[in-house]
Design a protein around this ligand. Structure first.
Ligand code: NAD
Ligand code: ZN
Length: 350
């Protein structure tokens, strides 16, 4: 469900959408005072409700936090007839979702995303989990929320760089599936940046449709879901090589620019695609070049490391043109690419 002002209506719709004898609201230290405390108070008027928080930030998306949160839940005595409500960005959603997936072998949960990225990306699809020293999101579970409630009014307090990072994933959705949507996002740039509710709702709604369509077809990522990784093979490596000083969406913006160039180099992507993508990203102040102090060798090493911990090959979802994925002849959705070509596209992107 998506609306302007939805948070205030959530306590009334909760009994129908996620009935439970008690609720545990999980949030982080930034979002709790902004939204979660008040929400928990309102829900407590009709059912026993606990609020549990953890320190904000990716570096707290760990098994340690999971263990603290599950201990705190056990202490509240919430049983299998309880439910979790995740209020926050993607870190809270992934963390609280994983707590819900594992607490008493799994209880229902609701996602209340409060970042643009969480609204259009992380709250949809049922992937939950935590980071480990070996890499991001390596321990987790598939656990679908009963319900997602995105209130665009909660984006008012989001810092501009976090907002833009979310737009990067929206541009990705347009790039992989809908060029008209990509054009619309560019045309409505000023309304979107001003966080005009109608413009933001329209963006979130189309992005959700695209992600849902892809995920419904391939929930466990054995095929088409890989197209959502456009920009992410390079993006994850650039993010890691920056020591996580780049936001995920910023790294993905750079990744999309580099991967569009790579596709062109391989003769897979039509030549003007890179320019279209770069203009869209730059409109929203997103970076399109690898930071000057990064080293190609470090980025390639991060990619190799990622490959070792994931599926054993460096594969790319590549575009044919904006709005269309280029599929290789073998029926898969991704292309295996030589490191020399990746290195050449990285070199050009500084
Ligand atoms: N499960 C998935 O499919 C999936 C997909 C994409 C990303 N992710 C994960 O999502 C995470 C990134 O999510 P994110 O970008 O939302 O980061 P985040 O959750 O860290 O939120 C960014 C910052 O904004 C703060 N914040 C959140 N909402 C706010 C608001 N309304 N007003 C003011 N501040 C607010 C947070 O406290 C945090 O400090 C990563 O861990 C990534 O791995 C998961
Ligand atoms: Zn992403």
């Amino acid at each position: 469900m998506l609306d302007d002002g939805l948070l205030s209506k959530l306590p009334e719709i909760l009994p129908d959408t996620c009935p439970a004898s008690s609720y545990v609201v999980i949030s982080d230290s930034v979002v709790a005072p902004l939204y979660a405390e008040q929400l928990a108070k309102r829900i407590a008027e009709t059912a026993p409700t606990h609020l549990i928080t953890f320190p904000a930030g990716e570096r707290h998306k760990t098994r340690k936090t999971w263990s603290t949160l599950t201990d705190q839940m056990l202490a509240t005595g919430v049983g299998r007839d309880g439910a979790v409500i995740a209020v926050g960005g993607g870190v809270v959603g992934d963390m609280a979702g994983f707590v819900a997936a594992t607490y008493l072998r799994g209880i229902p949960y609701v996602q209340v995303p409060t970042t643009l990225l969480a609204m259009i990306d992380s709250s949809i699809g049922g992937k939950t989990g935590v980071d480990t020293r070996a890499g991001k999101n390596l321990v987790g579970a598939f656990h679908q929320p009963k319900f997602v409630a995105a209130d665009v009014a909660s984006l008012e307090t989001l810092p501009p760089n976090q907002f833009a990072a979310g737009i990067a994933e929206g541009i990705k959705h347009g790039a992989i599936a809908d060029s008209a949507y990509l054009t619309r996002v560019m045309e409505q740039h000023s309304q979107i940046v001003a966080r005009d509710p109608d413009a933001v709702i329209s963006l979130v709604a189309r992005s959700i449709e695209i992600k849902v369509a892809v995920v419904t077809e391939d929930e466990r990522e054995t095929g088409r879901r890989a197209v959502l990784n456009f920009g992410h093979t390079v993006g994850h490596a650039v993010e890691a090589a920056s020591g996580y000083s780049l936001l995920h969406g910023e790294a993905v913006a750079i990744g999309m620019a580099v991967e569009a160039d790579l596709g062109t180099r391989l003769g897979v992507t039509e030549a003007d695609t890179v320019d279209v993508l770069r203009s869209a990203l730059e409109l929203f102040g997103l970076p399109v070049s690898v930071p000057g102090d990064a080293k190609v060798a470090t980025i390639l090493a991060a990619m190799r490391y990622d490959k070792k911990t994931r599926d054993g090959a460096i594969r790319f979802a590549l575009l044919r043109r904006p709005g269309e994925i280029a599929r290789p002849g073998d029926g898969s959705w991704t292309h295996q690419v030589d490191e020399i070509d990746i290195g050449a596209s990285l070199e050009r992107s500084f």
